[in-house]
Design a protein around this ligand. Structure first.
Ligand code: CND
Ligand code: ZN
Ligand code: ZN
Length: 374
């Protein structure tokens, strides 16, 4: 049945309020307006950032909302004026838009398009309306995407066509976790061959940092996690050793300074804890160490400025610093040509309707990425 121009009724996982399970509901997805694209989602990963909203950590968030931001799908229909995708194209929705016109898009050294919803959390399209409704209520979108739904509508600047040969149930993790971690290593830190790296937090993001450090030629990649079950996979992906802070009396940065002759060249915080962000900075080499903060936290961090005066650099990035529309197709091609393998990141697959079970696996520390299939 041709659905172009019609409202689509379909299933979606709606979060009505924080600290509640997601609820599988029938929703209405309006047709795309000008410069918008309606996508049939084929697969989506579960990321800790979705969980931050469920747990109520993101204060500005509006409800009800459809979470999910690590998806891949097929274009169902396009609005007027859309030129970069067409119905039937395989696509990845983009958590960082690339409008191509703002200062952020013109900045060769950054990727923060001013149309991004990070930090603003308006949850609406550019015209301040939503294409999603449920039981007569407006439903907000998450990070310009919303992928826990059979169909979603995004703006053209928030979607990119990818190679038709890719499997969407693998490529979906390029929509957030993989690109975020990998790009933080190769693109933001610019890890150099022979260097020493430490990665705090070995979830989907941290393991993707490990993959990036290895491809960049790091000599030593130390993984740190309070869950030692994460170590086997980290080593399989390139970690040369792993530490559990619970097994040491001294603070973990002191252990790392001893192990690395005064500090690592690079450190990455992939958890979202202010105390670990400071540990990450302190574990780098005074003189020229670089820390990249990737974890999301609403709390503030504080440390003595002398720590940076000593020559350290502190950076942060969203989506691994990648300009989304420019870089995602290449990352997909790199996956097809086996520059990296994402199989190890996808530990579980579930039908979309079992989304809450996917979050349980994340809470228990059993999953890296659960991919929900539609
Ligand atoms: P996930 O929960 O899978 O991984 C976190 C890991 O940290 C787990 O293995 C934990 O066991 C471990 N951990 C927890 N506490 C500690 C501790 N005190 N010391 C050491 N290890 C610990 O999460 P994820 O990998 O999906 O996401 C990680 C963070 O990255 C999270 O805050 C998420 O919101 C954020 C993020 C950022 C971006 C971005 O663009 N910057 C994009 N997506 C997610
Ligand atoms: Zn994410
Ligand atoms: Zn822009």
């Amino acid at each position: 049945m041709n659905t172009t121009g019609k409202v689509i009724k379909c299933k979606a996982a709606v979060l009505w309020e924080p600290k509640k399970p997601l609820s599988i509901e029938e929703i209405e997805v309006a047709p795309p307006k000008a410069h918008e694209v309606r996508i049939k989602i084929v697969a989506t990963g579960i990321c800790r950032s979705d969980d931050h909203v469920i747990e109520g950590h993101v204060k500005q968030m509006k409800f009800p909302i459809i979470l999910g931001h690590e998806g891949a799908g097929i274009v169902e229909s396009i609005g007027e004026g859309v030129t970069t995708v067409k119905p039937g194209d395989k696509v990845i929705p983009l958590i960082i838009p690339q409008c191509g016109e703002c200062r952020g898009c013109h900045d060769p050294n950054g990727n923060i398009c001013h149309k991004s919803d990070f930090g603003k959390y308006r949850g609406l399209m550019s015209d301040n309306t939503s294409r999603l409704t449920c039981k007569g209520q407006v439903v907000y979108n998450f990070l310009n995407t919303s992928t826990f739904t059979e169909y979603t509508v995004v703006e053209e600047m928030c979607v990119v066509k990818i190679n038709d040969d890719v499997q969407l149930d693998k490529a979906c993790v390029i929509g957030c976790g993989f690109s975020t971690g990998y790009g933080s290593a190769v693109n933001v830190a610019k890890v150099t061959p022979g260097s020493t790296c430490v990665v705090f937090g070995l979830g989907g993001i941290g393991l993707s940092v490990v993959i990036g450090c290895k491809i960049a030629g790091a000599a030593k990649i130390i993984g740190v996690d309070v869950n030692s079950d994460k170590f086997e996979k980290a080593k399989e992906l390139g970690a040369t050793e792993c530490l559990n802070p619970k097994e040491f009396e001294a603070p973990i940065h002191e252990v790392l300074l001893k192990m690395t002759d005064g500090g690592t060249n690079y450190s990455f915080e992939c958890i979202g804890r202010p105390d670990i962000m400071v540990s990450a900075i302190l574990s780098t080499y005074a003189g020229s160490g670089t820390t990249v903060i990737i974890g999301v936290s609403a709390e503030e961090i504080s440390f003595n400025p002398m720590i940076l005066l000593m020559g350290r650099t502190l950076k942060g990035a969203i989506f691994g610093g990648f300009k989304s529309k420019d870089c995602v197709p290449q990352l997909v091609s790199d996956l097809i040509s086996e520059k990296f393998n994402l199989d190890a990141l996808i530990t579980h697959r579930l039908p979309f309707t079992e989304v809450n079970k996917g979050f349980e696996l994340l809470h228990k520390g059993e999953s890296i990425r659960t991919v929900l299939q539609f």
